[in-house]
Design a protein around this ligand. Structure first.
Ligand code: GAL
Length: 678
């Protein structure tokens, strides 16, 4: 017996030694750059192997590195470790190639959803910080570069010399947990008429009135409007109501639409007073697709596509020209060369545009409205001429040409504050935010233009663009603003959309009819800022994006090439029940009322006593739960529940006893409307 157990003992010890040796022999280094980095999502550009985002040698504070992952904040890379990595090491920092700017990022490591390490905020010139993290037992690792508080413009972030020690495996899988196949949810509109335009419309006394009865259904269709106040008339063929109202007042009108398949009616409340944009503006803007390449011809074609695609029948209205309709200070492009202003100081559009009034008339003639763009500084962000010193003339030109919307972008005003109005904001980035954090300075230029706009004999929606400085939502209304950007520019990446979405609660209570928080334009369809490509957002991310922007009561401005609308994008933008949530006359903005791990539940109160609820999954795993926390949604009694994307009632539930089975895809959404049942 004794001998046998000794033999056993020796065998076990031997085995342990052998295993130990194998372990030592097979312990292996796996470099991060050996993995498939294309699964990473990032703020801008493509994930780079052993190079920086601009395809240069990785360089942090003067030190170069041969290996590593060059990315752009906000960035995320998911790696499946399955417990087979022991340690991760790297040198992290901002790449020197962004000299002249003020990037700030934070590098973070998450293991199975828990934060394992953070670099703290890193700025340009900071020496590379060493990262060394034990990983024993970790299944899923996420490498994150988060925004360090500067709005992540120039954050070229390097994971240099990044590598794993492993238990013997020679590689790891990276993954993106979100499905890539587009799928259609919105049912086709019926052949019978349905009126989709907003239920309330604001106009000032004396201003030209234009409201289109937007309706889906077979053509020909005839329109009617009973109870129209004196001064207004409807074109029964086109459904466009025009005229003007001389006195303030509220008027209840009944709209009608009729075709061979049936008829539809809808109430419209016209409020003639001082407030306009009583529901969030909906339309298109040229920047996210054409950027500096915009022209009158492209704008006309976008207008025509808005009509031809049928989007006009769902309430999409504005055709907004962004930067580059003016002449440029020093562009090599001949079409941007020209006199900036005439002798009287009136702005002269560049030769790509020519006569702005003709363009505005054309857009109005098709039942749509038109907007444009300027800056309170001497130069726009793109270096075209701004309105500084000519605010009055510019407001008058816009009105004379017949424009309905102005986006007014801070840009070079930082130089004015600094006493250096000639400085180009793109060349001296530190100037571009200068003064924006001092309340009086932040307000001044927007108030000036706001006052001039209000003096014009037409209604011009006033959109403030200054990226949320000095809590613009607290004072935007006092300068006659109708909407204001709450964040820096959006890009077509998950990181950007998520970042912006998570940052909206702060301003939510300030939204109301005539005042909207603007988390920037929609990044669906073919976008690209002059470099067209399909939005990098996955289908579920796009459903989440549109759902959230609807819940947020945000302006809905399509940023894509309107001539390249694919079925998926068109379907995404034509769900009338989703749009109705955005256009609800009560004008409340949803906030997050509950967080269950990475599922955030957003609730928006609606005029009819119902609630729109977005179950928004920001995590990388499907959420599959039975949900019962109805009181958290502000619901009591009995409710009808409707799936808005599928336009289907799903159940009647009693809040006391009911439960909802929820399946929310990774980076996706379930959007329901709860309506009280009497
Ligand atoms: C940015 C603005 C963009 C676009 C651009 C034009 O400041 O946020 O939306 O308007 O300027 O140069």
């Amino acid at each position: 017996m004794k001998i046998t157990s000794n033999i056993k003992l020796t065998a076990i010890v031997g085995l342990i030694i052998i295993l130990g040796l194998i372990g030592q022999v097979s312990a292996q280094t796996v470099w991060l750059d050996e993995l498939d980095l294309s699964a990473a999502t990032q703020g801008w550009g493509v994930p780079m192997k052993n190079k920086s985002i601009d395809n240069k040698t990785l360089t942090i504070a003067g030190k170069t590195f041969e290996r590593g992952f060059g990315t752009h904040s906000v960035s995320s890379l998911l790696i499946l470790l399955e417990g087979k990595a022991t340690v991760f090491t790297a040198q992290v920092g901002i790449d020197d190639e962004v000299a002249g700017h003020e990037p700030a990022s934070e590098f973070e490591l998450y293991g199975d959803g828990k934060k394992l390490w953070s670099s703290g905020i890193m700025r340009l010139g900071d020496a590379a910080r060493p990262c060394s993290v034990q990983l024993a037992g970790i299944q899923k690792l996420e490498l994150v570069v988060a925004d360090g508080g500067n709005g992540n413009y120039y954050d070229h972030a390097d994971w240099a010399d990044a590598k794993f020690e492993t238990t013997g495996v020679t590689t790891f899988k990276t993954y993106n947990p979100v499905a890539s196949e587009p799928y259609i949810l919105t049912p086709q509109p019926s052949a019978a008429p349905r009126i989709n335009s907003a239920k309330v419309f604001g106009v000032r006394p004396g201003s030209p009135f234009q409201y289109l009865v937007a309706a889906t259904g077979d053509r020909p269709m005839t329109f009617s409007a009973s109870g129209l106040p004196k001064g207004l008339k409807i074109d029964t063929q086109t459904g466009i109501i025009t005229g003007s109202l001389s006195k303030a007042g509220t008027f209840e009108v009944t709209l009608g639409a009729k075709n061979a398949k049936g008829k539809a009616g809808k109430k419209l409340r016209i409020v003639c007073g001082e407030r306009i944009a009583l529901t969030p503006p909906m339309g298109w803007n040229s920047w996210n697709c054409f950027a500096g390449e915009v022209s009158a011809d492209k704008v006309k074609r976008a207008t025509e596509a808005m009509v031809k695609s049928g989007l006009i029948n769902h309430g999409w209205t504005y055709i907004n020209i962004d930067d580059f309709w003016q002449n440029h200070r020093d562009s090599k492009d001949q079409s941007l060369h020209g006199k900036l202003r005439d002798e009287a100081g009136n702005i002269i559009p560049n030769t790509r545009f020519g006569d702005m009034k003709t363009l505005a008339d054309y857009v109005h003639g098709l039942g749509l409205k038109i907007g444009l763009y300027s800056s309170p500084g001497p130069w726009t962000c793109g270096g075209c001429v701004g309105s500084y010193g000519y605010e009055k003339q510019d407001a008058e030109s816009y009105a004379k040409w017949g424009f309905d919307y102005l986006k007014y972008d801070w840009c070079s005003y930082g130089g004015v504050v600094n006493g250096m109005p000639d400085n180009d904001p793109y060349k001296v980035s530190s100037l571009s935010y200068n003064g924006g954090s001092q309340l009086a300075t932040a307000i001044k230029p927007f108030k000036l233009m706001g006052d001039y706009l209000r003096q014009q004999p037409r209604d011009i929606v006033y959109s403030l663009c200054q990226y949320g400085m000095s809590d613009v939502w607290k004072w935007g209304d006092s300068v006659s603003g109708n909407c204001w950007r709450t964040t820096n520019d959006i890009t077509d990446t998950w990181a950007s959309v998520k970042n912006i979405a998570l940052d909206q609660d702060k301003s939510a209570t300030y939204a109301k009819p005539g005042n909207w928080n603007d988390p920037d334009m929609l990044v669906v369809g073919t976008v690209g800022w002059g470099n067209p490509h399909k939005s990098k957002l996955k289908p579920d991310e796009q459903y989440l994006h549109i759902s959230l922007w609807s819940l947020f009561s945000s302006p809905l401005l399509i940023g894509c090439d309107m001539e390249k609308l694919d079925d998926f994008t068109l379907n995404l933008l034509t769900n009338d029940e989703v749009i109705e949530i955005n256009q609800d006359p009560l004008g409340k903005e949803a906030t997050c009322v509950q967080t269950v791990s990475e599922l955030r539940v957003y609730v928006k109160e609606l005029e009819d006593g119902g609630r729109a609820v977005g179950f928004c999954n920001f995590g990388s795993d499907i959420v599959d739960i039975s949900y019962k926390d109805f009181e958290k949604l502000g619901l009591n009694g009995k409710f009808k529940v409707r799936d808005l994307w599928r336009q289907k009632d799903i159940s009647n539930i009693r809040t006391q006893t009911g439960e909802l089975m929820l399946k929310v895809p990774a980076h996706g959404v379930v959007l329901y409307k709860f309506t009280p049942v009497k």
